[in-house]
Every structure is written in structure tokens, then in C-alpha cells.
Design a protein around this ligand. Structure first.
Ligand code: ARG
Length: 407
């Protein structure tokens, strides 16, 4: 890649880990750019405090280091639409990493504009989905920005080589033994891969989980009921307590995690063509999506429900494939938003030994009519009308059968 301006500015998506720490030095050295580090706080668990992460980047040589708390924006603009869409890639994975990259990209682009930077760098490898999500999001938000992916370019392929490079440049290297796993996390939960998990036939050990507990353990808690309130498809309360969405997801992680809800062991199809094995723990979102699906069963008119089910799959695929800001995704968002107008009410969930089941639901807009559904004496359904309906509904198939199939 050719770099024309000699001392341009590069905004680096900084996590505080070894890869992005090395990126600071490597970009300055190989691209002759001034590097501004930016760490985005989406509720992930940090080994170090955010202040320490900020200082670390400055020590390595970043010209500025910024930490942005995006909790509320993540919840309102990314998690709320994901819940409305019942968003799960390949019908399973609740998109935790896929939801975060567009927001990180958005904030990096804003910062690039404020600081007059024409470069943005990320620390993704060439094999994953996240590089795609960064680059498609940045391309959509500001096509004039050049994206750098140093980890894809450098020759520091082994961890030892990277540690040696870091030591040679005075970058503090981790003192604790490196975890064999690669983890990405945020308030939605954790994605865990690599190490012995790379054999899809190896059952993960309990050691990989931090926010859910073993649902099969002898002292697993008794069944617990939790009531979620929704307004127009957005979760607004837990057990009657109104909460902002970010806090509500945190609360649901705390309630569902001890029951071992939301663990997922999956072989998934990455965009770049590789199958990969990933373990997830997403207790809160798993419970909230289960509750949301149950309320939609009560409140969505049949044809709307059926079409939405098909479009949810497409929505999730677009988000997984890095198309958050694409015109099709935006059009689907408009459809999904319109579908949520009457998804208001309460759902009672039962949490027990790894399962979350909706066991009760109420809504002021419920389409469930007891008089129509009941088989008891209060039945108001017109049985005679059913006979006429059958005659007309079955007419085309009858004619077809007589004239062709059974002829
Ligand atoms: N497979 C997930 C996705 O593409 C998670 C990616 C990051 N996982 C990780 N363990 N670092 O969205």
C-alpha cells in the first residue's frame, strides 16, 4: 500500500492487548504516521483499568489516547434492533462481535474527522469476520478513509516474534502466561475460540466460561421466574423495575448466568469461506430474545409474523457479513421497526439448568382471543363458516387432482 502524505494521522482501534500495542509502534515505523489510539468501552471485561489502557498507548508512542464509553448508544442503536429482529446468525449466534464493530467503526470515523486523520487501523487478522465488518462499515461511513490492517501485513506471525519485537521497542509485554484462547467480549457476552477448541470434537472445559455457571452442577439453583416488560419491541423492565436497556442487559446476564443459560457450542460459516468452531456465552441476550419471540407470538398478525421470520434470517446474515450500514439492512430495519408497534406487554420466563422458557405472556394488544380459541362452552367460533371456507380453500387442489393428478 502506498502512503503519500508523509506525516498523516492514523486512528487505531486500540484494545490494550499485545497486537494493538505492537500496532502503535509498527504503524509509526512502517507508514510514518502519527498514531492516535482509541479504546471503545462496550462493557467488555478488562484485565487492566481503562485509565491504564489509555496510559499504555501513550507510553508506547501514540500522540493521543482516547477512551470512549458507548454503553448507551450500543444498547439503543444496536442491541434494541437486534432484539427486535430476534437476530441470530445461522439461527443460533446472537451476533455479539458482529454488533459491536459497526459502532466502533462509527466512533473511529467521527474521531478521524475531528482530528483530520485520513487513516484508520484495526488489529484484526486476515482470517476473521471482524476485519470485514470494520472495513465495510468505514467504507460506508467515509469512503475517503484508507484502512490499515497491520496484523495482516506484518511478519510477526508467532507470538514469540511479536513479543521480541515488543521488547526491542520498549513495549511492555504481558507477564502472565498467554491464554490459549482468543476471546472477544462486550455486554452481550463472550465469544471464545482457539486452543483445544479448534478440534470441533473436543468438549469445552468449564475453565473457558466466566459469566455463566455449569447448568449441570449439583448445586444449580432452583427454577427462577423473571418477568420482562416490553414497549414496542424494546425490553424496558425486569420484574417490574424499569431499567435503561444497557442496565437491563447487565441485569439479565446476572440473573440468567447462574442458571447456565445462553451457552452455545457452534461450528459456523465465516464470510471468508472457512468453517470455525466457536463457543459463546450470552445469557442476557438469549433470555431477552426468547422473551421477545414469545411476545411476538401473541401480538404479531400471522402474515406479518411469517414474513418477518424469513427476513430475520436475512437481517442476521447481513449483520454477520459486515453489512450493518448497507441499504438493504437499513430497509429491513424499517420493516422490522414497523412490525414492532404493538409488541408491548410482559413475558414470564422460567430459568432452570441451562434452559430459558417463556411460560406466560400478556399484552394490551394481544391477538389471542379466548372466545375464538377455546374448546369449552364459551366458544364463539363460527363452525358452519369453516365448512364453507374449506370448500373454497380446497377448490384449486380438488380441481387439479381431478383434472391431472388422479386422472
Ligand atoms: N465468530 C464470531 C463472529 O464472527 C466471533 C468473532 C471473534 N471471536 C473471538 N473469539 N475472538 O462474530
Amino acid at each position: 500500500m502506498s502512503v503519500t502524505d508523509t506525516k498523516g494521522i492514523c486512528i487505531l482501534a486500540y484494545s490494550g492487548g499485545l497486537d494493538t500495542s505492537v500496532c502503535i509502534q509498527w504503524i509509526a515505523e512502517n507508514y510514518n504516521l502519527e498514531v492516535i489510539a482509541c479504546a471503545i468501552d462496550l462493557g467488555q471485561d478488562h484485565d487492566e483499568s481503562l485509565d491504564d489502557i489509555r496510559d499504555k498507548a501513550l507510553k508506547i508512542g501514540a500522540s493521543a489516547s482516547i477512551v470512549l464509553d458507548v454503553h448507551d448508544e450500543f444498547a439503543s442503536d444496536y442491541l434494541a434492533p437486534a432484539i427486535a429482529a430476534n437476530g441470530r446468525y445461522e439461527n443460533k449466534y446472537p451476533l455479539l462481535s458482529a454488533l459491536s464493530r459497526p459502532l466502533i467503526s462509527k466512533r473511529l470515523v467521527e474521531l478521524a474527522r475531528q482530528r483530520g486523520a485520513s487513516y484508520i487501523a484495526h488489529g484484526c487478522t486476515g482470517k476473521g469476520n471482524d476485519q470485514v465488518r470494520f472495513e465495510t462499515s468505514i467504507a460506508a461511513l467515509d469512503p475517503s478513509i484508507t484502512v490499515l490492517g497491520p496484523v495482516r501485513e506484518w511478519e510477526l506471525t508467532s507470538r514469540e516474534a511479536e513479543m521480541d519485537y515488543a521488547t526491542a521497542h520498549g513495549i511492555a509485554v504481558p507477564t502472565t502466561k498467554a491464554s490459549p484462547y482468543s476471546v472477544d467480549d462486550n455486554v452481550v457476552g463472550r465469544a471464545i475460540e482457539c486452543g483445544r477448541l479448534e478440534d470441533p470434537n473436543n468438549e469445552p472445559g468449564e475453565d473457558i466460561y466466566t459469566i455463566t455457571q455449569d447448568p449441570t452442577r449439583a448445586d444449580a439453583p432452583n427454577p427462577e421466574y423473571v418477568t420482562i416488560g416490553f414497549e414496542a419491541g424494546v425490553p424496558v423492565s425486569v420484574n417490574g423495575e424499569a431499567l435503561p436497556l444497557y442496565d437491563l442487559v447487565v441485569k439479565m446476564n446476572e440473573l440468567a448466568g447462574p442458571h447456565g443459560v445462553g451457552r452455545l457450542d457452534m461450528v459456523e460459516n465465516r464470510l471468508i469461506g472457512v468453517k470455525s468452531r466457536e463457543i459463546y456465552e450470552t445469557p442476557g441476550m438469549t433470555a431477552l430474545i426468547a422473551a421477545h419471540i414469545s411476545l411476538e407470538e401473541l401480538c404479531l398478525e400471522r402474515e406479518l409474523a411469517h414474513l418477518k421470520l424469513n427476513l430475520e434470517h436475512k437481517w442476521s446474515e447481513l449483520v454477520y457479513f459486515g453489512m450493518w450500514f448497507s441499504p438493504l439492512k437499513q430497509a429491513l430495519d424499517a420493516f422490522i421497526a414497523a412490525s414492532q408497534a404493538y409488541v408491548t406487554g410482559e413475558v414470564r420466563l422460567k430459568l432452570y439448568r441451562g434452559s430459558v422458557v417463556a411460560v406466560g405472556r400478556t399484552s394490551p394488544y394481544s391477538l389471542y382471543d379466548h372466545g375464538l380459541a377455546t374448546y369449552d362452552a364459551s366458544d364463539q367460533f363460527n363452525h358452519q363458516a369453516a365448512q364453507g371456507f374449506m370448500e373454497l380453500y380446497g377448490l384449486p387442489i380438488k380441481v387439479w387432482s381431478e383434472s391431472q393428478w388422479q386422472k
